[in-house]
Design a protein around this ligand. Structure first.
Ligand code: FUL
Length: 455
């Protein structure tokens, strides 16, 4: 062994000795499949905005049949920065735009079809919606994604699947090479029943050109939650599949802000969902550990309608106010078990507001309680729990209880937690609260526990 090798070995031994002396415990081994760094970063964004914009906007329709006249695409005051400004003000972290919907009309000047913005009067046929959206997102620090409908009703090649695959891949290539980093590629399954696509070829191209892009819905990285209502199921696992096919496949809840309408309709404002509807959606999606992709659709000006923007602002005002102050933050706490008795895994780590630290128990200890002492009576009606999902999703059953001076009383309980679980309940006043983990297949890892007073 060289001198350098010996020194290196010595350094490792000394470090191990020092750590041992401090009683440092090893982090738990991952439980089951875990998210990729990109999936984790996406999960942490929590909230995205879907923008359905295209030829349908000018026809008052949801699905074009491909015979629409591109000359009708004429936004009067297109402003992608306005979309992004509203999104940004409202806690939205990424935006997905319909580069091409089922009607085949492209919002970008594809070299492979004339059915696009090129044939429209907008910006004298020299415009590119995708580029303007990308630029606006980049300026504001939002992740950019695009929807490209596999099902297409304009291009005759669609009837010859292998030929259409090449056409589709050419368009994918344009979108993946001409616009800088792409965070998400959204493949809608609608209309495609019975059609055979070269999915493997599409995925390979995306991996080659944008290895960090997440492929959603008809894709391996993000799954459709299974409805367009904005709700994840009450019991919600990120891991799907059986045996060797088990994989981390988190769910996205795509839902329109206007009831039943993804595209703008001139008389659609009456369908705008109420603040209460949107709060239910928020708790049903983000609050069940999924990601919310809320569709707010630009109008014929090419801007988000005022009423929709105002509703989105109301939603964000309520959500951010209600979760502004964690009353448990930094409070004295204890746990029934702490991994290796190491403070690095102590219950404080769930109350420190640091998403990278967590409370964990010893291997084999799959139940546990984390108790917080407020030191005085506090009143709250919201709670938040988060698992450290970088090491896998574990909790199967939990409860939140408060000390009423004589006994512990339950205020909320449920099954899975995952990235985040939000609870709403009637206000309670208590001096202590506790999180009870009742069932998990492996030691729980809790990165955050909080209680809040809504305003
Ligand atoms: C559906 C489509 O048919 C709708 O038009 C919309 O794009 C929605 C997000 O997906 O499957």
């Amino acid at each position: 062994m060289s001198t350098y090798g010996l020194l290196a070995l010595l350094a490792v031994l000394m470090a191990a000795g020092a750590a041992g002396a401090a009683g440092a415990a090893e982090p738990p081994a991952p439980y089951g499949p875990v998210p990729t760094p990109e999936q984790l970063a996406w999960q942490e964004m929590e909230f995205g905005m879907f923008c359905h914009f295209g030829i349908n906007t000018f026809y008052d329709q949801e699905w074009g049949n491909g015979t629409e006249d591109p000359a009708r695409f004429a936004p009067t005051d297109f402003d992608a920065r306005q979309w992004v400004r509203v999104a940004k003000e409202c806690g939205v972290r990424y935006l997905v735009v319909t580069a091409k919907h089922h009607d085949g009309f492209c919002l970008f000047p594809s070299a492979h079809t004339d059915h696009s913005v090129k044939a429209s009067p907008w910006r004298d046929g020299k415009g590119d919606v995708v580029k303007e959206v990308v630029d606006a997102c980049r300026e504001a620090g939002l992740m950019f994604g695009f929807y490209l409908s596999p099902w297409e009703r304009h291009e005759p090649k669609y009837n010859d699947p292998p030929v259409y695959d090449e056409y589709f891949k050419s368009q994918l290539r344009e979108l993946l090479t001409n616009y800088g980093p792409v965070g998400e590629v959204w493949f809608d399954g609608a209309g495609s029943e019975g059609h055979v696509y070269d999915w493997a070829g599409y995925y390979a191209l995306i991996r080659e050109l944008q290895p960090k892009a997440l492929i959603a819905i008809c894709g391996p990285d993000i799954r459709w939650v299974g409805n367009e209502d904005g709700y994840a199921p009450e019991t919600h696992w990120n891991v799907v599949g059986e045996g060797d096919d088990r994989r981390w496949h988190p769910a996205e809840c795509d839902v329109p802000i206007r009831r039943g309408q993804w595209f703008f309709h001139t008389d659609g404002e009456k369908n705008l969902k109420s603040l209460d509807d949107l709060l239910d959606i928020y708790y049903g999606s983000v609050g069940r550990g999924a990601v919310l992709l809320l569709n707010v659709t630009p109008d014929r000006r090419g801007q988000l309608p005022e009423a929709d923007s105002a509703r989105l602002r109301e939603l964000w005002r309520v959500v951010s106010r209600d979760f502004e102050t964690n009353l448990a933050h930094g409070k004295p706490c204890s746990a029934t078990n702490v991994r290796g008795n190491d403070p690095a895994f102590g219950p404080e780590k769930a109350l420190d507001g640091d998403k990278t630290t967590y409370w964990a128990t010893d291997d084999g200890v799959v139940k546990g309680q984390l108790e917080v002492d407020f030191g005085e009576p506090v009143t709250f009606d919201r709670a938040m729990i988060q698992e450290h999902i970088a090491l896998g999703q574990r909790v199967e059953r939990y409860a939140i209880q408060v000390w009423d001076g004589e006994r512990w009383r339950g205020v909320a309980h449920g099954t899975t937690i995952g990235y985040k679980r939000l609870e709403r309940f009637p206000p309670v006043t208590a001096t202590k609260a506790r999180l009870v983990i009742r069932q998990a297949p492996a030691c729980p890892t809790i990165s955050s526990f909080g209680v809040f007073r809504s305003r």
